[in-house]
Design a protein around this ligand. Structure first.
Ligand code: GDP
Ligand code: GDP
Length: 458
């Protein structure tokens, strides 16, 4: 092994599939401008291509099995298998690609039968599905028994951000976390939470001042690391630092264009903002404070809530606001009444143009991130829950009182609780809201989406 080899301790992700389904294209998309490394694959005469990809802040070793198909003779399936065997053997995750336009071929079926026996996590990818083409064929891939196929287009960069998230979710926990987990078994934090930079998205309507804000945050630093691999051509990422560590800003084409990071770009598309939002942990919803709250701002806010992201409301152009007290109140009131699900949303006012007040933004982002990561112990939770039921008894449903038993927090990011009880699934919306509001106040969860799920017990 030469010294170009990637660190051996990175999680290994292997791209497998028939020739011509787009494995190399996908590899290049995920690795981006990072150097691809070609090295000898033991046991196979051909070279293998591998590279490093950065997925949601996690580094992975990506192996492309394309071109290895010629390494063995006989049938196509035989060649696929021979070429992939070694790579699949060391994989933490296999990306099995099919051509969505061609549908499932016999070689695909054979290979997936073999793959299922390898007992490796597999993500099934239906490539060449640009513009929602070949949806029927992609769905046919369900028949392979490898789970829900992920339709995307490697060539056009569609669905790549989503894929990166899906991969990141399936990676083994990061090394740091594994070390801590032994010492700190009771910490109750999310398993498999990637150790890496906080991921931030800046979203908002055109002209709200997003690119001015980004430039202001970058300031002297200008640590531009983008274009990050794998992001669609509409988005890149830049890295900021504060005293707590790195913050990766998932950027969209609109910002990039204006920040003059790269020339010749297309108009910002809403889909780019949505992709950025999905990749982010915390979203800064930027408003032009001189214009108040627009319906479109609320739409974005609802999307943030639906995606379960932490949010900070940024009121920009504060320098141009005349009556600051009235403006702040009007905006907060509008948000509170329209967005009850995000009650207590943190609000920061500043001028991206002059920089006044900008120093409040990243601390607010960090705090929102902490809240979003919050964990409540089952003991605390149920002590509160008992009281909450005493204050307001669970309602009657069809003349019978619901017997709610206990609650646990299933996960954080966003805080998600499960309520168990006889016919708990019939819990009326109003009581559910009562509980969510109580959780928010008691456990200090302002401005973060809270999920309450119900589980009926016998
Ligand atoms: P491999 O043999 O599996 O590595 O496949 P390649 O990456 O070399 O791609 C095979 C062909 O499919 C090339 O002509 C690519 O340009 C094309 N291709 C790859 N991805 C896509 C896609 O998302 N859509 C379409 N239409 N073509 C694609
Ligand atoms: P984007 O479309 O959201 O990226 O918005 P821009 O960053 O391009 O800003 C739109 C316009 O608002 C530009 O003319 C900026 O100079 C102006 N602008 C941005 N931030 C401020 C601010 O804090 N105060 C004032 N007065 N103008 C601002």
């Amino acid at each position: 092994m030469d010294d170009h080899d990637l660190p051996r301790d990175l999680p290994v992700v292997v791209i497998a599939g028939r020739p011509n389904v787009g494995k190399s294209t996908l590899f290049n998309r995920l690795v981006g401008r990072r150097q691809a490394i070609v090295s000898d694959m033991p046991g196979v005469t051909r070279d293998r291509k591998e590279g490093e990809a950065l997925l949601r802040g996690r580094r992975v070793r990506l192996i492309d099995t394309a071109g290895l198909e010629e390494a063995a003779p006989d049938t196509l399936f035989g060649r696929m298998r021979a070429s992939s065997e070694h790579a699949v053997g060391m994989a933490d995750l296999v990306l099995f690609c099919i051509d969505a336009r061609a549908g499932v071929t016999p070689a695909d079926a054979h290979f997936s039968a073999w793959l299922r026996k390898q007992n490796k996590p597999v993500l099934l990818i239906a490539n060449k599905a640009e513009g929602a083409a070949a949806t029927a064929e992609a769905l046919e891939a369900f028949s392979l028994g490898l789970g829900t196929p992920l339709a995307l287009s490697a060539e056009h960069g569609e669905g790549i951000a989503h894929l990166m998230g899906e991969i990141a979710d399936r990676l083994p926990p990061a090394e740091v976390r594994r070390v801590h987990a032994d010492a700190d078994e009771q910490s109750g934090e999310d398993e498999g939470r990637p150790a890496g930079p906080l991921r931030l998205a800046i979203v908002g309507r055109p002209n709200a001042g997003k690119s001015t804000l980004l430039n202001c945050l970058l300031g002297e630093e200008r640590m531009i690391t983008g274009p990050e691999p794998g992001l669609t051509r509409d988005s890149i990422a830049v890295m900021l630092h504060d005293e707590h560590g790195p913050i990766q800003v998932v950027d969209t084409a609109g910002l990039r264009r204006k920040a003059r990071i790269e020339a010749h770009l297309e108009k910002v598309s809403t889909s780019a903002s949505i992709e950025a939002l999905k990749m982010a942990e915390v979203v800064v919803l930027t408003l032009d404070a001189t214009l108040g709250v627009h319906e479109q701002d609320l739409q974005i806010a609802r999307l943030i809530e639906r995606e379960g992201r932490a949010c900070v409301l940024a009121l920009n152009k504060w320098d141009a606001v005349e009556d600051r007290t009235a403006t702040r109140k009007a905006i907060s009131d509008r948000i509170e009444t329209s967005m009850a699900q995000m009650r207590g949303l943190p609000v920061v006012t500043f001028s991206a143009l002059t920089g006044a007040g900008i120093n409040k933004l990243l601390p607010a982002v960090r705090h929102a991130h902490e809240v979003w990561n919050s964990r409540v112990t089952t003991g605390e939770l149920n002590r509160w829950f008992e009281e909450a039921m005493e204050r307001h008894a669970p309602p009657l449903v069809n003349g019978k009182r619901l017997k709610l038993r206990y609650m646990t927090q299933a996960k954080a990011r966003p805080p998600t609780f499960i309520l168990f009880g006889t016919r708990a699934e019939m819990l009326p919306e109003a009581y559910s809201r009562y509980l969510v509001n109580g959780l928010r106040e008691t456990f200090h969860l302002p401005g973060t989406p809270i999920r309450l799920q119900t589980r009926g017990t016998k």
